[in-house]
Design a binder for this molecule. Structure first.
Ligand code: 5GP
Length: 126
């Protein structure tokens, strides 16, 4: 079910549980600002999610409300994760779904990193 990105943050969401280590993940990177782990249902040979450690529903409230240090730390973490995985040469795609029309399912900001094959058109055909 897509979520309403205008709703307040819900601490019971699955990524909050991963951050609290109540649920396991296949971690690839962690620092003060971000955690990166493999998507449970990969849509490409390489499919990693990067999430901020702060309580943000989506890119919308993150970009509006997060302190500059958290934004810088998170953006740098996304680039670092891709670089460390050796994805820059062949290329990769970032995706952040926000709300209903984008089919955001987990109400904690996450950036998808897709790589490992030709990724095709940016959007599914209409
Ligand atoms: P969204 O549609 O919200 O942009 O993407 C949510 C993503 O989270 C999906 O790709 C889904 O496979 C992934 N996901 C959902 N639950 C879990 C989980 O418990 N662990 C991991 N690693 N990924 C999850």
């Amino acid at each position: 079910m897509p979520i309403d990105a205008t709703k307040p943050y819900d601490d019971s969401n699955i990524f909050a549980k991963i951050l609290r280590e109540e649920i396991p993940c296949k971690k690839v990177y962690e620092d003060e600002f971000a955690l990166a782990f493999h998507d449970i249902n990969p849509q490409a040979p390489h499919h990693v999610l990067v999430i901020p450690k702060g309580r943000y529903v989506s890119w919308d409230d993150f970009s509006a409300s997060a302190p500059d240090a958290e934004i810088a730390g998170f953006v740098r973490a996304v680039g670092h994760v891709a670089r460390e995985a050796g994805l820059v040469g062949a290329g990769y795609r970032l995706l952040a779904n926000i709300g209903m029309n984008a089919h955001q399912e987990v109400p904690h900001l996450h950036v998808h990193i897709f790589a490992g094959q030709q990724l095709g058109p940016m959007l599914a055909p209409r």
